[in-house]
Design a protein around this ligand. Structure first.
Ligand SMILES: [Fe+2]
Length: 245
């Protein structure tokens, strides 16, 4: 699913999202599932192929880390999701529809967590590229970054701070809304694409499984390595172009 369709799919307003997330008595009733049902595909949820070889990010992210992170963790979320979906109200829905429809729903927390983690990880692999191949921000994205942060260095500093201050597991994101870019962080499986008008541009996984084999507890070093060498700015630029369209 491309970013334009994704943006249309997730019509959950921030207000209703937060109300649902707060565990409102109405539970999932506040989430407009009709919008998500419209995107039902009926296709099975599968593990997308990595966009590069498992050794392509070494030595900063080793083949051993990718073997576990992609082959065990990402695959595990896919497997668990496919155990949870049959018999649920979301069987046969697209991955994005499941994420949208279960966001903030305490009754479907396990479905949301696994579906969102499948989506987040697929997006994370695309947010990275082998060193030297990720390109640079497009002119439009660079202008938006300068408008928001003043410089690329300041943008990277904001991303690093979000990644380092996310307590426990989660994600740091560069996102766009109405053409403006910003940095956000989300805990656990939470993902910003469920929020109205927000388009993720790139993400950094800061769950310990993303870096512990290579960097042990040194999350700051892992994040610096990603920001200095592995960000796929071409991917972020393409996402920004769609967000602005
Ligand atoms: Fe992860």
């Amino acid at each position: 699913m491309n970013q334009a369709n994704l943006t249309r799919l997730c019509t959950v307003s921030r207000r209703t999202f937060m109300a649902a997330a707060a565990g409102a008595a109405a539970g999932c009733a506040t989430v407009p599932k009709a919008a998500c049902r419209a995107a039902a595909s009926g296709a099975p949820i599968t593990l997308p192929p990595l966009p590069y070889g498992q050794d392509a990010l070494a030595p900063l992210i080793s083949a051993q880390t990718l073997s576990f992170h992609y082959g065990k963790h990402h695959q595990g979320y896919v497997n668990t999701l496919n155990k949870l979906l049959p018999g649920s109200p979301f069987a046969g829905q697209s991955l994005e529809a499941v994420v949208c429809a279960t966001a903030g729903c305490a009754d479907h927390a396990a479905l949301f967590n696994n579906a969102a983690q499948v989506w987040n990880h697929t997006f994370y692999w695309k947010s990275l590229a082998p060193a030297g191949s990720g390109g640079a921000p497009s002119a439009a994205l660079a202008a938006a970054i300068h408008a928001a942060f003043g410089s690329m260095e300041a943008c990277n500093k904001a991303l690093a701070e979000a990644a380092l201050t996310q307590f426990g597991s989660g994600w740091a994101w560069l996102v766009a809304k109405k053409g403006a870019v910003s940095v956000v962080k989300t805990p656990n499986a939470e993902t910003p694409f469920t929020q109205k008008g927000v388009t993720p541009l790139l993400t950094i996984d800061v769950w310990e499984h993303a870096y512990y084999l290579d960097w042990q507890n040194r999350r700051a070093d892992y994040v610096k390595a990603v920001l200095d060498k592995l960000v796929n700015w071409s991917f972020a630029s393409a996402n920004y172009a769609v967000a602005k369209a």
